[in-house]
Design a protein around this ligand. Sequence first.
Ligand SMILES: Cc1cc2nc3c(=O)[nH]c(=O)nc-3n(C[C@H](O)[C@H](O)[C@H](O)COP(=O)(O)O)c2cc1C
Length: 203
Amino acid sequence: MPDTLPYVLILYYSRQGATRALAEQIAAGVESRSGIAARLRTVPPVSPTCEAVDPEIPAEGAVYASLDDLRHCAGLALGSPTRFGNMAAPLKHFIDTTSELWIGGALIDKPATAFTSTSSLHGGQESTLITMLLPLLHHGMVYAGLPYSETELYSTTSGGTPYGASHLAGQRSDRPLDEAERHLAFAQGQRLARLALALEGAR
Ligand SMILES: Cc1cc2nc3c(=O)[nH]c(=O)nc-3n(C[C@H](O)[C@H](O)[C@H](O)COP(=O)(O)O)c2cc1C
């Protein structure tokens, strides 16, 4: 059953915590608006050994997403570390289980956005965000990036793109979110919450 309060699903995969830090900042932006909640969910890792199964509940962090989490969301923020310029396999694996939602049109006219983290500045943030958008369009979602009214987009020397929030984690994954990255992720959550409430009223 859906919760009474509409929610934005923040669905992400994170191995070393950088994408998770962005997810939490987007969630803070969503929660800064009244009348809507943020629901953080992750996906299990995938293994080349098909028999390997993970515990139902992860050792730490957000719990694993169900199809119902996605079915009943009012908006979606999809987050992944960049892997060779694209999203990570565990998230793609989850998306590939969503055919029944696609057949039923469950996500049509809902707003969506994406976010990512990389180790190097020119290591593929934009390509990852753009390719993450493709399955969302197939689902009929309305993609919302970040507008340049967020002036940090002009000045950032790290993450933050018009395609969505991003983070430069550094080669040792030890670089925390900086001020511009935090601001832009928060703004992305706020915008998604606003659009989710507006589009929910229009559906
Ligand atoms: C298989 C693999 C491929 C990767 N590919 C890229 C890449 O194309 N560009 C890049 O800058 N970083 C790449 N990275 C580094 C991660 O994107 C980076 O460490 C990211 O911040 C990890 O996010 P997380 O802390 O949420 O797991 C790769 C890492 C792995 C394990």
